[in-house]
Each structure stands twice: as structure tokens, then as C-alpha cells.
Design a binder for this molecule. Structure first.
Ligand code: GLA
Length: 387
């Protein structure tokens, strides 16, 4: 996806020059999916594809936003902060502005140009990048600031309230807080986060986009979240001190989930085992044991596919095809699932073989094409003030 130069594009739309540029990265999750909203551990990294915002403060009392992705321009009066009904993406912008105001930020009028290198609904966290990008732009225009964790929480709350997506905290916290060259190990219960150096040696992380689009505001994600809440409530009725599903020790799973329905017991098993896999992956990554990291990634996919039912035939086909290639250590769906992307850990010299294997397996079964994306680690969202 090519994106025009943000400064030039801003000038063409609004005239004059922007006062600041914001780069808010997407993310790919190495391991730990569908556990953030259950208090589990996750290990995402920020990637070198981002939402870009070029902007300047104005005294017009309105926020004028041009989306280059949708080729749409909307006017949001600061007095009412109502989203434009014809532009669904605008809900994220209005959501973030509303919550910043509630937080006490004195919003200013703005001209904003927004571009994106992230496919919407592609599982690379385009929504969180948009939220964080707009929030940082509004803070820059208002000459204000917010702690990274508070910023992430505010953006997540905006997504809940204004986009109707009951997401966890992983994407927003990854976007605001991950240092370059690292993944971020986040304990989603305490929100304690620790950077983990990516010691990839002669391997790389490759993302394969299935082209199948999902919306986490859609039914399946919300249903999984609801099932986890039901399971936790049932477990607490018998074991009142259970803090979260992710804290259940693996060797006590059978006892603790014994009275749940088989379906809920599987959901809990995924959450508890996935959290343990994330804990181990962080240590293995730090010690450079990539073969074991790959094995855990493969196990994670099986758990998401069979216990959590968050995969789909297209993602399973990509993972299976990747796992047949010599030099692929592991592959798994990444993000919310039900479409979106697969991540694979691959020896550098095996990447072209991976491309071929994936393309032929996918095209023989599905009508669309799977795209292999080169992604690299990038740093957290940042604002550059232009002179
Ligand atoms: C989406 C959500 C995240 C997380 C993942 C699954 O990306 O935004 O909070 O739940 O799905 O791990």
C-alpha cells in the first residue's frame, strides 16, 4: 500500500504547511492472542507500517479531517463532536477527541491529513494506530501531553464506546510503548510491560495476509469475550479467589474447569495454556532459542484453531503450507483472527520458498491471493514538530 508524502499531501489539501507529523505504528503479535481481555500475557511488536497524521492547530473551532485511505473529508465541530454518519472511520476520531476532552484536555481546532499503510481489518491493528495517531495529533495541537499507558487506555476506551469493538489493551499499548528492536511483553492484568529484545539471528518474522477481512465489532470476537466472562463467573462461584482466567495453573485446569460445559472449558484451556506459552516464548527469544519459539508458535495456532475457534480455513491453509517449508520454525494466526494475517518465523534463506509454497497452496483452494508482507520492528508512536 503506497502512501503519499504526508507533508506534500497535507499542503495540497489544506494549503500551507503542517506544524507536526505523527507516526503511529501497526503491530504484529508474536504470540498471545485472545488473552489480553482475560488478564493474560501477550508479546506484540510494533511494525514499520503505520498510520501517518500531518496536522496543525487552528482557531476555527472545527476539526477538519481528510482521510487519504477513504478519499473523504469530514468537518467535526468542537462544540458538538458528532461523527459523520457516512464515514465510519470518523467514529475513531470523534471517540478519541471526546475522551481527551473528558480527560480535561482543552481541544483546539485542527486541520488533519491522515494516511495509512495498514490494511483496515487486516489484523495489523489499523484501528489502534488511527486512535493513537489522532490522540497524539490533538495533544500536539493543544500543547498537552499524556502518559503512554493512560494514552493507550483512553484509546481503547474510545474504541469500546464509539466503535462498539470490545477489544483488549494489547494493540494500543504496543503502539504507544514498544521500543524498536523489541517485542513488548505485557501483563494485561497489571499492565506491567517489559521490552524483550528480538534476537532473531539469521531468521526473520514474515507476515502473510489472507486477504480475508474481519471486524472485531462483529459477532465472533465479542462472543469469545462473553464466553470467557461466563467461564470466569462460573469458576469464581466455586473458587472465589480466582483473579483471572489467565492465572489458572495448567496443572489445575482439569479440576477448575471440570464443571464447565466442554465448550467453555476449551476456551479457558486456550487462555491458560497460551499465557504459559507467552511466558516461555519471551525467555526463549531472549536466549535466542528460535526453534523452540517456533514450536510454541505452532502450538499456539493449534490452540486458537481447536480450543478457541478463532481461526478460519484460509488462515489454517496458510499455516499448514508454511509449516511444510524447510527453514520455517513456526507459524500461527496473529491478532483477532477470523481472517487477517499469519505470522511465521523463517530462516532468511527460506523466505522465497515460503512465498512459493504459500501462493500455490492458497491459490489452489481459494479465489483470492495471499500476500507475503515484509515487516520489520519499529519504535512506538511519535510526534515530530516541524519548524
Ligand atoms: C484484536 C484486539 C486485541 C486482542 C486481539 C487478539 O487485535 O484489538 O485487543 O484481543 O484481537 O489477541
Amino acid at each position: 500500500m503506497t502512501v503519499p508524502d504526508a507533508t506534500a499531501a497535507f499542503s495540497e489539501i489544506f494549503g500551507g504547511r503542517p506544524a507536526f507529523l505523527v507516526r503511529a505504528p501497526g503491530r504484529v503479535n508474536l504470540i498471545g492472542d485472545h488473552v489480553d481481555y482475560c488478564g493474560g500475557l501477550v508479546l506484540p511488536m510494533a511494525i514499520d507500517r503505520a498510520v501517518l497524521v500531518a496536522g496543525r492547530g487552528t482557531d476555527t473551532g472545527t476539526v477538519e479531517v481528510h482521510s487519504s485511505l477513504y478519499e473523504q473529508r469530514v468537518r467535526i465541530p468542537l462544540a458538538s463532536l458528532v461523527p459523520d454518519a457516512d464515514s465510519p472511520w470518523c467514529r475513531y476520531v470523534v471517540g478519541v477527541l471526546t475522551l481527551l476532552r473528558r480527560h480535561g484536555v482543552a481541544l483546539r481546532g485542527m486541520d488533519l491529513w491522515i494516511g495509512s499503510q495498514l490494511p483496515p481489518g487486516g489484523g495489523l491493528s489499523s484501528s489502534a494506530a488511527l486512535e493513537v495517531g489522532v490522540a497524539l495529533a490533538a495533544l500536539a495541537a493543544a500543547d498537552s501531553d499524556l502518559d503512554k499507558r493512560e494514552l493507550a487506555l483512553l484509546c481503547r476506551d474510545a474504541e469500546h464506546e464509539f466503535a462498539g469493538s470490545p477489544c483488549g489493551i494489547m494493540d494500543q499499548l504496543c503502539c504507544t510503548s514498544t521500543p524498536q528492536g523489541h517485542a513488548l511483553l505485557i501483563d494485561c492484568q497489571s499492565l506491567y510491560a517489559r521490552p524483550v529484545a528480538l534476537r532473531l539471528g539469521d531468521t526473520e518474522l514474515v507476515v502473510i495476509d489472507s486477504g480475508v477481512r474481519h471486524s472485531i465489532a462483529g459477532g465472533e470476537y465479542a462472543l469469545r469475550r462473553r464466553q470467557c466472562e461466563l467461564a470466569l463467573a462460573a469458576i469464581r462461584a466455586r473458587f472465589p479467589h480466582t483473579g483471572s482466567l489467565a492465572q489458572i495453573p495448567i496443572d489445575e485446569l482439569a479440576d477448575i474447569t471440570g464443571t464447565l460445559t466442554p465448550l467453555l472449558a476449551k476456551r479457558v484451556r486456550h487462555v491458560a495454556t497460551e499465557t504459559e506459552r507467552v511466558r516461555q516464548t519471551a525467555l526463549l527469544l531472549e536466549s535466542g532459542n528460535l526453534e523452540e519459539v517456533g514450536r510454541l508458535m505452532a502450538d499456539s495456532h493449534v490452540s486458537l484453531r481447536d480450543d478457541f475457534k478463532a481461526s478460519c480455513p484460509e488462515l489454517d491453509c496458510l499455516v499448514d503450507a508454511a509449516m511444510t517449508v524447510d527453514g520455517v520454525f513456526g507459524a500461527r494466526m496473529t491478532g483477532g483472527g477470523f481472517g487477517g494475517c499469519v505470522i511465521a518465523l523463517v530462516r532468511n534463506e527460506a523466505v522465497s520458498g515460503l512465498r512459493t509454497a504459500v501462493a500455490s497452496a492458497y491459490e489452489s483452494r481459494f479465489s483470492g491471493q495471499a500476500e507475503v508482507l515484509a515487516v520489520h520492528s519499529a519504535g512506538a508512536a511519535r510526534v515530530s514538530h516541524l519548524s
